[in-house]
Ligand binder design. Sequence first.
Ligand SMILES: [Zn+2]
Length: 239
Amino acid sequence: MRAIAGEGTTECEWLAWDAVWSWPALPLDPPGSPLVVAPHPDDEILGVAGLLSLLGSADLAAVTDGEASHPGSTMHSRGELAAIRRTETADALRVLGLGGSRVHRLGHPDGGIDEDTLAGELAGLLAPDRWCLVTWRGDGHPDHEATGRAAARACAETGARLLEYPIWAWHWSYPNDPDVPWHRARRIDLPPAARAAKSAAIAAFPSQIAPLGPAPEDAAILPPHVLARFARPFEVIFE
Ligand SMILES: [Zn+2]
């Protein structure tokens, strides 16, 4: 697993990397509504909110409720955090114009995803050629990788199209990192309206972008230098 600590690669370094602009654009031609799979509430927004707003429809598979985001919180129990994050997801989808999306709550424990069970559950939601947007199998977070692997199996079984979005790789990785499949990268350019919609959707997650309280255990999970990576004018998926 990767160390997800410190400042990581800055957004300035990513934006200065020429290769980004040579990656092919992803043609936005899904055969119907895609399925977006999120290990934790907010992954789908950080990764592909702009894409979802451009497509105008999506169903969500929420693998966990993200109850382990603040293990030592002095403010909220795990149950309370789960409820808060479920509500935040609903708010974010509404902000994106996707308030009518079907949300499949799969109820896996945060930090303890059952990969075999999840592969079966996702296969039941997929169909040939349907887009399956999911965290990248190499993202460096155990839940993100388990979810990516389960989705890859479900796509292989059903003939759905696997499109993986990195989240934490933008932190630990760096331009030209040989451990990242840059040759599979596809760019989704976000017009101003889609960028604004994504920004508003991210703001729907106060439990993650702001401290829950003054104690160190209640610190923001997504501080400004992390959020900067998700304010860029494009998104990236691995085809
Ligand atoms: Zn996550």
